[in-house]
Design a protein around this ligand. Structure first.
Ligand code: MSP
Length: 475
């Protein structure tokens, strides 16, 4: 693969019924780390994130605020964009499902499925949870309520159009089992294979009772089911039906990054629809784990949520990114203890990294007048860390980077350059030459995670080197 190979990376598009949630920030920051990493390796990256703006849930919320739904989603889009700016998210594009180009692409895509003979009229009766924007079975309810949204689902009974999912299940199964679509982590792949082996029913792709959506081209009395059109953001944004050259260049996606709760939509429904439309399948789907805060699912009533804006204001954007990705492995569920943020910030950023940078640059300035010849006697496995980033092992990669930082700090303590400076000019140059190399490596490895600090350290290591001002003040 040549260095300039394209890399098309997406996050889920988030519902705009509320302000951005720390879980949205988690997946988006992870995607940003990858985008920055691949750009630094010379790949032609397109990083897409955006918003899911149609459907009953959003219409309901707009009505509650007595706003026209379009006015409401326009306002919410600004709120999301503001948060992503605060977090230095380097997305190349931002898709909104109420945009004209998305609506047009959806119309064309649906017509393709219809013309293929993969859509039929039927009657649907079921329990619909507006919070989930999906039908639930009786078995999924707890005390008659949706366990995630704690609300009683509505019984819907209406004419719908159905998509012939069953027709495509053998092909989807083959794509997943052969690895043509890579699903990671392994547990999620097994979950999908097991769902596929149990068999699934055709799904309804329209809604009669919902008004806030994209009308079906062949029957404008119905709108497209919000999940069906949401998935199409991944193609509408790269020019499906409008810009063939752009579409050919970017599609298929190299990676759909999502949370594990929406894997079925991405790994089964989406590939089936793409097959029907005759389009290539995404290369990889990676589902991150879910986190709880202080041992509980985040909820407004418990008040244990973490507001992403507050977090970035308290610690700064780099540190907030670090605190989120350094908690537990990305592919696993985990728990975040809010109380431990300060401790971790002080230990890893203010002390660990901060000390290494300030001690090293201060000594180079003081003992060598800012000039040092880089040396490479210290041993650590930088390519292994880069491979971890490519495998989305962010937690492990950060641990390994901090092991290098510790190695640097221990090297200083063992070599005592302040003593070498008094009686051994060769030794002090060697020590600081090795440290400057180590620090540059650390800064480069960290830059996707801590874009500001990484760039500042690298800039500060341009000769003549001066003592660096404090990177992360103690909190
Ligand atoms: N709009 C749909 C996605 C459509 S994609 C074609 C949706 N939106 S959402 O607003 O509910 O965002 C869900 C995503 O937010 C998850 O898939 C995950 O990426 C992220 N997370 C939300 N809560 C999270 C945690 N508690 N932990 C980890 N990720 C979390 O579903």
């Amino acid at each position: 693969m040549s260095a300039s190979t394209k890399f098309y990376l997406t996050t889920p598009i988030y519902y705009v019924n509320d302000k951005p949630h720390i879980g949205h920030a988690y997946t988006t920051i992870a995607a940003d780390v990858l985008a920055r990493f691949y750009r630094s390796r010379g790949r032609d990256v397109r990083f897409l994130t955006g918003l899911d703006e149609h459907g009953a849930k959003i219409a309901e919320r707009a009505a509650a605020e007595e706003l026209d739904p379009q006015v409401f989603v326009d306002r919410q889009a600004e709120v999301f964009l503001d948060v992503w700016r605060r977090y230095n998210v380097s997305n190349d594009s931002f898709v909104r499902t109420t945009s004209e180009h998305h609506k047009r692409a959806v119309g064309m895509f649906l017509q393709k499925l219809f013309d293929k003979g993969d859509v039929y009229e039927g009657f649907y009766e079921g329990l619909y949870c507006v919070g989930c924007e999906k039908f639930l079975t009786e078995k999924e309810l707890v005390d008659g309520k949706c366990p995630d949204h704690l609300r009683v689902p509505e019984r819907l009974k209406e004419k719908n159009y159905f998509f012939k999912l069953k027709k495509y299940l053998p092909q989807v199964t083959k794509a997943v089992s052969s690895g043509a679509i890579a699903i990671e982590p392994e547990a999620r792949r097994n979950e999908i294979l097991s769902l596929l082996s149990q068999g699934l029913e055709d799904f309804s792709l329209s809604r009669q009772s919902v008004k806030w959506g994209i009308p079906l081209p062949w029957d404008p009395t119905q709108v497209c089911y919000v999940w069906v059109e949401a998935l199409q953001n991944y193609i509408s944004d790269v020019g499906y039906g409008a810009d063939d050259a752009g579409f050919q260049k970017w599609w298929p996606a190299d990676l759909h990054l999502i949370g594990k709760e929406i894997i079925k939509f991405h790994a089964i429904f989406w590939p089936a629809m793409l097959l029907s439309a005759g389009l290539p399948l995404p290369k990889k789907i990676f589902a991150n784990g879910f986190f709880t805060v202080d041992g509980r699912k985040m909820s407004k009533t418990l008040g244990n949520g973490i507001d992403p804006v507050e977090l970035s204001e308290k610690f700064g954007s780099d540190a907030a990114r670090y605190l989120l990705l350094s908690q537990f492995p990305f592919d696993e569920d985990g728990n975040i203890e809010k109380e431990r943020f300060v401790e971790k910030y002080n230990a890893d950023l203010a002390n660990g990294l901060g000390n290494l940078v300030s001690r090293t640059t201060q000594m180079i300035e003081k003992f060598l007048y800012g000039r040092v010849e880089p040396l490479r006697d210290l041993v650590y496995d930088r390519p292994a860390i880069e491979r971890r980033i490519q495998r989305l092992e962010f937690f492990e990669a950060l641990q390994d980077i901090w092991a290098i930082i510790q190695q640097g700090n221990q090297y200083i303590d063992a070599q005592k350059p302040w003593e070498q400076a008094k009686n051994d000019a060769v030794a002090v140059k060697r020590t600081l030459g090795n440290l400057v190399t180590l620090l540059l490596d650390v800064a480069e490895l960290l830059q996707p995670f801590l874009p500001d600090a990484g760039a500042r350290i690298r800039k500060n290591l341009e000769q003549p080197i001066q003592k660096m001002t404090i990177l992360f003040p103690r909190v």
